[in-house]
Design a protein. Structure first.
Length: 412
């Protein structure tokens, strides 16, 4: 028996060396596109572009030309120039929706042949709230699996809370699954950080999750998760929640799950989940028993009928530690607006009775507008230097798009 184990280990080293020396031809790789809508979504895309995501393209869509110029992405699309003059949607989701619909032909081209599309935005403002459902619908119509990744406003932003509720409902109707993060949790997690840096924490959470899911599919794993697995889980629809944990503790199996379950920004009710995608990353010292134990500790908390798929990848830099990322789908939770429940949204409506939402937002100082529009969007976190400028305009589109001054910028 020992001879069999020894031979297996020797062959494993040889096969690993051959794998490292070979170059993948890319055949059959799924096309993943990450689309950021509005200021908050653009900031996330900017962060993803700079940290790098293997096998994924980044797209930034905005009505705010100034903010878009600061963003780095593979493709940048300025929409609705005739409506907004490149100055943003003024907190009006309908304006954001109309501007994005004008660019439908261009967005269809950018998302052509995409298998998995992430749509990220901040709910409650104008461009992100209005554009995200439109982009999701376009991607869905072209056959992609669509995952929405959105943040919700602070409780004190009552007008935004109402818009966020409506925006989430629209997005739920178009996307396969939505992962919702609540900005209110920043008040408990990083209450004393400057506004821009506090928002960058949420940007980083979203960016790392999107990167993790994307590379789970595109990068080879010891226990593989592929696009078909992602489709099986995400197609179950509804609201999704994510769990992220990391530990260097000797008792990896329990500690990493405990860390994931108690994450201060991701503490939501996942009971009733109909599906789960669990991916474990560890160093060469991670054993099969530990991997299976981690997956088991998570899945045993779900219903017995839940469809759970797990995988594991070995990375040298994770020696002595382990990281777990899990997506639970089909959650029917009152926390669809994060901590802001349906009741809170209704209370916001009552408090705003008789106040026009558009005029309410228009009266606000854009420099203190922490949503999706001017001023860098959500405090300007994650702004880049944007290397492409506006030297390239989109040609060959239909007359509607030409007449409305659509700009598409791609790297030279």
């Amino acid at each position: 028996m020992q001879d069999i184990v020894k031979e297996a280990l020797e062959r494993d080293e040889q096969e690993q060396k051959q794998l490292d020396d070979s170059e993948a031809d890319g055949f059959g790789d799924p096309r993943i596109v990450i689309v950021g809508c509005g200021g908050a979504g653009n900031n996330t895309v900017n962060r993803l572009y700079n940290i790098g995501v293997e096998g994924a393209d980044t797209v930034a869509i905005n009505t705010d030309k100034q903010h878009l110029q600061m963003i780095e992405a593979d493709t940048k699309i300025l929409v609705g120039k005739s409506l907004t003059n490149g100055l943003g949607a003024g907190g009006d989701p309908e304006m954001g929706k109309r501007a994005t619909e004008m660019a439908q032909g261009t967005i269809e081209e950018v998302l052509a042949d995409a298998d998995l599309v992430f749509v990220t935005a901040g709910m409650g403002g104008g461009t992100g709230t209005g554009a995200a459902p439109v982009v999701s619908s376009i991607a869905k119509d072209q056959g992609a699996i669509v995952v929405g990744m959105v943040s919700t406003p602070f409780n004190v932003e009552r007008a935004r809370t109402v818009k966020a509720e409506e925006g989430l409902e629209n997005l739920r109707n178009e996307a396969d699954s939505i992962i919702v993060l609540d900005n209110n949790r920043l008040l408990d997690y990083v209450p004393n950080l400057p506004i821009g840096k506090a928002f960058s924490v949420m940007d980083q959470i979203i960016a790392e999750t999107v990167k993790g899911i994307s590379e789970t599919i595109t990068q080879p794993s010891l226990i593989n998760l592929d696009y078909a697995d992602m489709t099986a889980i995400m197609n179950q629809g509804g609201v999704a929640v994510m769990l992220v944990g990391e530990t260097q503790d000797k008792n990896k199996t329990e500690e990493v799950v405990k860390d994931a379950m108690n994450h201060p920004l991701l503490d939501v009710d996942y009971r009733g989940a109909t599906g789960g995608l669990v991916h474990i990353t560890g160093g060469p010292d991670l054993s099969l028993k530990e991997s299976e134990g981690i997956a088991q500790n998570i899945t045993e908390r779900l219903d017995a009928s839940a469809n759970v798929i797990w995988g594991a990848r070995i990375e040298e830099e994770y020696k002595g530690k382990v990281r777990v990322m899990a997506i639970m789908t089909g959650v029917k939770s009152a926390q669809v607006l994060g901590a802001t429940t349906q009741k809170q949204a209704n209370q916001s409506r009552e408090a705003l009775d008789g106040v026009d939402d558009a005029s309410f937002d228009a009266s606000r100082n854009v420099d203190t507008d922490f949503g999706n529009e001017a001023g860098g969007g959500r405090g300007g976190a994650g702004g880049g230097t944007g290397g492409s400028g506006y030297g390239h305009t989109d040609g060959g589109r239909d007359n509607l798009e030409k007449n409305n001054g659509l700009d598409v910028i791609r790297p030279d």
